[in-house]
Design a protein around this ligand. Structure first.
Ligand SMILES: Cc1cc2nc3c(=O)[nH]c(=O)nc-3n(C[C@H](O)[C@H](O)[C@H](O)COP(=O)(O)O)c2cc1C
Length: 159
């Protein structure tokens, strides 16, 4: 019960695609984990975090279509077990021009989840103008997942 209340408080249940204007309802999370096999999983965004590119692996892992993803922010994949402060930290690091690296639990369209070790950095055009961000991902070992899940639960309790 508490979980459901806190989840509703911290997480919007829908996202609006800024290109198609479609409202996408996010699923209730299930306890079913999908293991990431480590094949390259890339996304790119504009400066405000709106997705401009997704590769095939990200589409497969998210369970959304490319058309649903492009135009949304990554909030479409946000899992309620992720602390708000993790993303606050992420944004302050990448806006300062540094690379952010951290563990992220993502929610799929079917309610299942997957863990990734994410690297995010700024993206520049040919004139060296900052145009957005790029994220790449690596798999996370089950031992690390256990430790990080525990740490994230503690952080969420204090948020
Ligand atoms: C390049 C890039 C990749 C991101 N990848 C994820 C991701 O895989 N999962 C996620 O929940 N948030 C990701 N984010 C952070 C989201 O933009 C967003 O800040 C987060 O989901 C929290 O949602 P909120 O900012 O609407 O509260 C990413 C951001 C950027 C710039």
């Amino acid at each position: 019960m508490f979980y459901k209340i806190s989840q509703a408080l911290i997480m919007a249940k829908s996202v609006t695609n800024s290109l198609t204007k479609k409202v996408i309802q996010k699923p209730d999370p299930s306890h079913h984990e999908i293991i990431y096999d480590g094949k390259p999983m890339l996304t790119e965004t504009d400066k405000s975090g709106v997705i401009t590119y997704v590769n095939r692996k990200y589409v497969e892992m998210s369970a959304y279509t490319k058309e649903e993803l492009i135009g949304c922010t990554h909030n479409i994949s946000r899992h309620p077990d992720m602390p708000r402060t993790a993303f606050k930290d992420m944004w302050s690091v990448i806006k300062s021009g540094e690379v952010w690296n951290g563990y992220v639990k993502n929610l799929r369209k079917d309610g299942k989840f997957y863990w990734v070790d994410v690297y995010i950095e700024a993206r520049y055009d040919e004139n060296n103008k900052h145009i957005g961000y790029i994220a790449s991902r690596k798999p996370v070992s089950s031992i690390t997942v256990d430790e990080v899940s525990k740490r994230y639960k503690e952080i969420i309790c204090k948020e």
